[in-house]
Write a protein that binds this ligand. Sequence first.
Ligand code: SF4
Length: 94
Amino acid sequence: MSNEQNMPTGANENKSKIREYAASEVVITWEASRCQHAKECVNGLPRVFKFGERPWIDPAAASVDEIVEVIDRCPSFALGYRTEDGLNRVAPAD
Ligand code: SF4
């Protein structure tokens, strides 16, 4: 998890696009242009947020509670979620 060179960067992503990574109970969303590379995600739940891999998010690799808890730490709102139980995290309007 120390290979910072493999972190996704805005330059490698469609800046205006929100990508979705779906599992049975949760959809994780990621907006590359918002990412500040604070690494709360990869440090908090490295089996889900796998910088350097494609796809770099595996929404089935942890419980929904774990995913929600770590995504709530994302300072930039690059990460969001929709859960089967109705929890929803989206970026505030610009
Ligand atoms: S926690 Fe959010 S801002 Fe930080 S690296 Fe992950 S997606 Fe980017």
